[in-house]
Write a protein that binds this ligand. Structure first.
Ligand code: FE
Length: 235
């Protein structure tokens, strides 16, 4: 028996993996699977979906950079790198970044550390490829708290993209109901609190727009999906 919910007990960080294609285009995606696997030399691995443009770029150039996200990272940055494709948008156009000594893009915003990894081995695991290799460069960027996957889910209310290695199916998110614990001071306030607030939640990225109705030409500010991908929620 495989209990899929057991996988939700695993702990991860959140990273933006960047690389460049053979013709020099900068690409990047979000991953939660970067990890150290040996210490001397410092070996690491990351598992990326074969369909990602970043995966193809790493296959072409044999190296990638890791940007360890801090808790200051917001859904717009994670949405841009996690839910949009480098094949369709230039993710670096409005993202602060530099080109490091390995000629790979390093994000300058919302990161706590940088790594550069040289790929030595690849393991084909079906939908994903695991890239294994030594760290050839690393540095601490800030002493902010690193972003954990739990923080991303519970505080930012983020969802797991279907192409992520840790995707285990449709997630149900519990709306934040802390307001319900407050004591209403007046009958009006009590009535207001009793009435549910209406919002629309993107079924792809989890973004919630607090309006009664979405306009027909509405697009998700995080992942770019249209109105048809939104479901009505009461908070
Ligand atoms: Fe979305």
């Amino acid at each position: 028996m495989i209990d899929r919910s057991a996988f939700r007990t695993l702990s991860y960080g959140l990273y933006i993996i960047t690389s460049v294609t053979a013709d020099g285009k900068k690409v990047g995606c979000v991953a939660n699977t970067f990890q150290q696997v040996a210490s001397e030399p410092p070996m690491t691995s990351v598992s990326l979906n074969k369909e990602n443009a970043t995966t193809q770029a790493i296959l072409e150039t044999g190296a990638y950079a890791v940007n360890v996200l801090g808790q200051t990272a917001m859904m717009d940055l994670i949405g841009l790198f996690g839910f949009k494709s480098s094949k369709e948008v230039d993710k670096f156009k409005d993202t602060q970044h530099t080109i490091n000594t390995a000629n790979l893009p390093h994000l300058e915003q919302d990161c706590v550390a940088h790594f550069v990894v040289e790929v030595r081995d690849r393991v084909d695991v079906g939908t994903h490829i695991i890239f294994v290799g030594p760290v050839i460069e690393s540095n601490v960027v800030s002493h902010d708290e690193p972003m954990t996957y739990t923080y991303y889910h519970e505080v930012l209310r983020g969802k797991t993209p279907p192409k992520a290695a840790s995707y285990v199916g449709e997630e149900t998110t519990t709306p934040n109901s802390q307001e319900g614990t407050e004591t209403a001071k007046t009958a009006d306030e009590a009535a207001e609190k009793a009435a549910p607030k209406i919002g629309w939640r993107c079924k792809l990225c989890g973004y919630i727009e607090m309006v009664d109705e979405l306009p027909d030409d509405y697009t998700c500010p995080i992942c770019g999906m249209g109105k048809e991908m939104f479901e009505r929620v009461e908070l």
